[in-house]
Design a protein around this ligand. Sequence first.
Ligand code: PMP
Length: 448
Amino acid sequence: MSQPKTREELLQALRDRMPKSGELWKDAQDVIPRGLLSGARHFEPWPFFTAKGEGAYLWDEDGNKYIDCCMAFGALLLGHASPILKSAIIEQLQKGTTYGTPHQLEVEYAKKLIECVPCADGVLVCNSGTEATMQGIRIMRAYTGKDKIAKFEGAYHGWHDYASWSVYMDPEKIGPVEQPNAYPESAGIPSNVKDNVLVLPFHDHAFDLIEEHAAELAGVMIEPVFGNWMIPTGAEYLKKLREVTQRLGIPLMFDEVITGFRMALGGGQEYYEVLPDVATYGKIVGGGLPVGAVGCTKEMLTAVTAEVSISVSGTFSGNPTTLAAGNAMLGYLMENRQVYDEMAAKGDRLRDGFNDWSRAKGYPATMTGLGSMFQLHMKEPPITKMRDLLGQNQNALNDLQYYLRLNGIFIPWCHLAFISTAHTDEDIEQILEAHKISVEATLSLHSI
Ligand code: PMP
């Protein structure tokens, strides 16, 4: 298929493919601010509206089929409409969606999580990854009696006020690598929250900053793989971080909302063999329904169970519909650990296939990631840190995404992408070929 040669041709080709989505987009803008319930769903000329999902594929309202590499931002490890999860959900629906009382599925769920998550002696369940990181932060603050939380620049931990600092690496705002600036990611965040945030660079300077601020720190949080950029932290870095925080008596939290039950059954902590004190979950552990969870060590649990303990609540927290799906999901993974190696082999084939091709052509395009996670950057290797990605041509990255869409692949604008157990070898081949075509079209459009 010949590719559009100008930006206007590219956008027009997308408009022509999805007129019905265009109508729905007009309606949405009348009643929903900017027409979107999540900024991560933005597209030009408009987003496609999904009609259905099955396995590795999505169909839009105009009947176009996509190989879905977004997989609900990593929530769907088994693909869309997984029969295993569907039957668990339908069975629970007959008995009620939510009770507001304790039920047996909660105990089963907590036991499963504890069995799989190396650091967890106890578990709390909530409704999203954002709630999970809020809860994790609260546990660390209650445990230490301190307020300040250290987070890494470029890391996303949900949209709440404590986490929404220095997420998208704005070159104008990030500051020096030895001491990154803390800048809010949204309007509406009280400025004094900044007093309780320390932004760390993904660099050895972080260890000096932690040492310098040790007396005020309630905890340090990090993702085992920086999900927004698909940059793995690596065992060596995490081990050093563990050693420094342990020596200084500062709790360490792994945000495993993306990596949990994705890098391995025990997530990033199992993969890298480094144990945090607190770990947060979301996405996969809900079996396709909204969820968040926090696992922590016996010692940290004292903050939850002590006489003056933290408050734990939530109308829908641990509702039986989510936990029926979650139990089916965790149960399946516990019995089918081979899926991790299978997905990683597909991920390696995709990344190696792309990077070998791109290097041979001399293109400034690199795929990073690990296991079933990948992301394309318009930059030559090596890419090992978020600051390596500064100066990418953002317009080219956007256009790449639109070419991919025209070529039948759905990856969101932030380019973080996932393989599920439903993606076949043929799907991987198609994803790879579509990337090659789309990158060449993008480079040509931007005269790179
Ligand atoms: N932490 C990480 C690492 C995430 O990637 C996300 C969401 N992408 C969150 C927290 C927030 O999760 P949720 O969107 O479920 O609130």
